[in-house]
Design a binder for this molecule. Sequence first.
Ligand SMILES: *Cc1c(COP(=O)(O)O)cnc(C)c1O
Length: 380
Amino acid sequence: MDHAATTALRPEVLDSMLPYFGSEFGNASSVYGWGRRARQALDSARDTVSGLLGASSDEIIFTSGGSEGANLAIKGVAWANQNRGKHIITSAIEHHAVLDSVLWLEKQGFEITILPVDAEGQVAPAQVAEALRPDTILVSIMHANNEVGTIQPISEIGAIVREHGAFFHTDAVQTAGVLGMSVQELNVDLLSLSAHKFYGPKGVGALYLRKGVRLNPLIHGGAQEKRRRAGTENVAGIVGLAKALELAQEEREEENARLIALRDRLIEGLMRIPSTKVNGSLVQRLPNNVNVCFEFIEGESMLLNLDLRGVAASSGSACTSGSLDPSHVLLAMGLTHEIAHGSLRLTLGRDNTEADVDYVLQEVPMIVERLRAMSPLYQG
Ligand SMILES: *Cc1c(COP(=O)(O)O)cnc(C)c1O
């Protein structure tokens, strides 16, 4: 139940990749048969991905994943457009790939506005409008949050940003294969996604870059990806990404309905535990995301106990992230440190069943009770 962290490669995706680990090992830049066949595989994957996004194929740059996509989008656009202004807007709940890229640019002399979110983790389009300045070159707001699952009004924000004449990037790593992905409907200029979040391979992603948006590469050294990302292409990975995205988009409506039913069953069951609160929006929420806080409990202890019972989950608590501070997302939503430390994230996926949900609903209350009994603060 940690599909927001990563997902298992689908067998169909593995099958599509295998030839490129074997006999079809050519370098797509070579002129002979092996190279040409690798090139064809790349072209075909690019057509698939661009088709699914409603983009054209030369607007797709293959990357090593979501982190590279965000870095390339943000640093690439900032560097290439700094003659027009040095102001960048983002939100407080972004993935660190976005936040840390923006903060790094701040050290290089760019000016940054980090927008707050409401108690459900939503960015208000009106606040984006207010923050825009004549020297704003880029706005980056995620499509949906990876911790609390809140879906942002991207299309609305995009219209405001476009009207103003700045560029708009969205980190769609949590929504690719889950929500509608038309870059025209979303009003975005850049969109990043990562294969391993939708049952594709790790280490490969894609960045949509609208025609006409200038971007400096992060990696120099070759003419690959139209000079926007040098390096011999990860042919097998890219083929797998395209296959996984195609399958996810085909099945998304049916799968979302199934996940929403499981999600709501899980939320409902967990809410029966006293002193428990749901984090994020109950309406604008990813179909697979459950995030709750149990008062008087350390998320970390919950995770260890769940692991002992065979359940993989995640928390916005300290040690998991390797830092002392709880989740920046929960804090931005106004939760106190104490409450944020007691958060539990369960993210459902293809392989989860109703029986899994019921198993978790049987285990979690017992763990909560046990942990609270050991807490000096709990008076239950
Ligand atoms: C996982 C994730 C990333 C990073 O993607 P990688 O491919 O693992 O680098 C970025 N943004 C969000 C919202 C994510 O969930």
